[in-house]
Design a protein around this ligand. Structure first.
Ligand code: GAP
Length: 459
């Protein structure tokens, strides 16, 4: 068995696999597609749901200092004035004045030019046609719409560009009911929208995406140490779920890169096929947001210790991840190609907890009572964990399909099953086959799912 290459993933291969196996499709495809928007199919939904569930498990279920929130996407327009997004959530836009007329982010072009060794004051040209570029203009990334039947300034609302503000405006509500005191955090998962100038790289940068955000409120003096702790916690989350540590790094933002609210930010970057790129941002937002919303709303947004009477505006550490980007990174890291007995197979070596389907139950042949027996085993197993039953096509083809969607275990029902109530259990990565009684299957699979897991790509 020869591994063709543990870094065989290219973005084209990932896109093709996602389409071939129904993970992710171009949105509105029958109308020619809507640029940079994507729809998730069955396995894509299951994968992204597992990513989010693992995030909830790590940041809420397994901690004492976090509570959950689900705020509305549409918020009072004053939110975005106070947060600074109306004024500051902009990117510098330049347009090609040559033949192609394409629009670009000036900061991205400068980064690219610097990476290629150009002088920082060298004139930028259009990367597409070499044309001259316009002067940069600040472009606000928020999508606007109107609430109610009248479309005027008074009815203008925005689709939230980050879920974070829903947490800040609920700080007082949560503090009142959650019985928590700093250090404590509020976690939220939800859609965010940005009118990105240059979306691209499949689901890496889109105009509609899902965020998994934590706002962690701490006494001001402890902000730096909590920033450090969260960087460690979040790096560990990715590696425990199978990302190879040498494909992950922390990168501190330079002063010119910091968002308007941040005093320090580090990005967790992943080595995507297009190069090192942001997976998650970890910002120290100080007291910026609570102070701004307190000023704008007239509400006191602070913590008062009932015993000592001490009062202060907590500082905020924000680990902010993208669910789509994380799902993409897990797929890229898991993608593998190898040759088995002279045939090539594509396999997604996903952590079993992330895999859309945990076990496939397959009759060896579609006759002799095997399908009925396999179906009964499947119906029993699916009450315990996501399972799939497949009877169509050769056994080899069915296994290749399961390998491509990352199913870690396969149960084969054969003629011996009908004689002695045993089945074979196949491991996706080692291809080891174990014979075991049907009665032991459920416990065996549950144990395997809970066991610590290490990517077979790590030698
Ligand atoms: N509240 C802070 C915040 O929104 P951000 O760095 O702009 O910070 C956080 O976004 C994360 O959201 C990113 O690290 C990325 O994973 C995800 N994200 C941001 N913009 C995205 C986009 N256009 N498409 C997909 N994911 C995006």
């Amino acid at each position: 068995m020869a591994t063709i290459g543990s870094d065989a993933a290219t973005m084209d291969k990932i896109v093709a696999l996602c389409k071939r196996r129904g993970f992710i499709f171009q949105s509105s495809e029958i109308y020619g597609g809507l640029a940079s928007t994507y729809d998730y199919g069955h396995y894509g939904v299951l994968l992204k749901t597992n990513v989010k569930a693992e995030w909830w498990r790590a940041v809420v279920q397994e901690r004492d200092d976090m509570v959950a929130l689900d705020a509305a996407i549409l918020m009072h327009p004053k939110t975005w004035e106070a947060s600074g997004h109306l004024e500051g959530f902009t990117d510098p836009l330049v347009q090609c004045l040559g033949t192609c007329k394409r629009r670009w982010r000036e900061d991205h072009l400068r980064e690219q030019a610097a990476a290629e060794g150009a002088d920082s004051d060298a004139e930028l040209r259009c990367p597409e046609c070499g044309g001259e570029l316009s002067e940069p203009r600040q472009f606000n990334l928020m999508f606007e719409t109107h609430m109610g039947p009248v479309q005027d300034e008074g009815s203008r609302v925005f689709l939230r560009p980050e879920t974070a503000q829903g947490i800040f405006v609920n700080f007082k509500n949560v503090l009142q009911f959650a019985r928590k005191r700093p250090p404590f955090g509020i976690a939220q998962v939800g859609k965010a929208f940005r009118n990105e100038i240059t979306p691209g790289n499949f689901i890496f940068r889109t105009r509609e995406f899902e965020q998994m955000e934590i706002e962690f409120f701490v006494p001001p003096a402890d902000a730096e140490s909590w920033h450090e702790r969260w960087m460690e916690e979040r790096m560990a989350w990715y590696t425990e779920l199978g990302i190879r540590p040498d494909h992950l790094r922390l990168r501190e933002h330079g002063p010119d890169e910091l968002s308007h609210y941040s005093s320090a930010t580090s990005d967790i970057e992943y080595l995507f096929p297009m190069g090192w790129s942001e997976l998650e941002g970890l910002a120290n937002r100080g007291d910026f947001d609570l102070t701004q919303h307190a000023r704008s709303s007239g509400e006191k947004l602070e913590y008062v210790d009932s015993a000592s009477g001490e009062r202060y505006v907590p500082h905020v550490i924000e680990p902010s991840a993208g669910a789509d980007r994380a799902a993409l990174a897990y797929m890229v890291d898991a993608y593998d190609e190898e040759e088995v007995e002279g045939r090539e197979r594509v396999v997604l070596r996903l952590h079993p907890r992330l895999a859309p389907v945990k076990v496939a139950v397959l009759p060896l042949v579609n006759k002799d009572g095997q399908p009925e027996r396999a179906r009964a085993i499947y119906e029993d197993l699916r009450r315990r964990l996501p399972a799939e039953y497949d009877v169509g096509g050769s056994i080899g083809k069915r296994y290749r399909r399961q390998d491509e969607i990352g199913t870690p275990w396969g149960v084969t029902v054969d003629h011996q099953t009908l004689e002695d109530d045993t089945v074979t259990l196949r491991d996706r990565d080692s291809l080891e086959q174990t014979r075991l009684p049907i009665a032991a299957l459920g416990d065996e699979l549950s144990d395997r799912l809970l066991a610590p897991w290490r990517s077979p790509k790590l030698t």
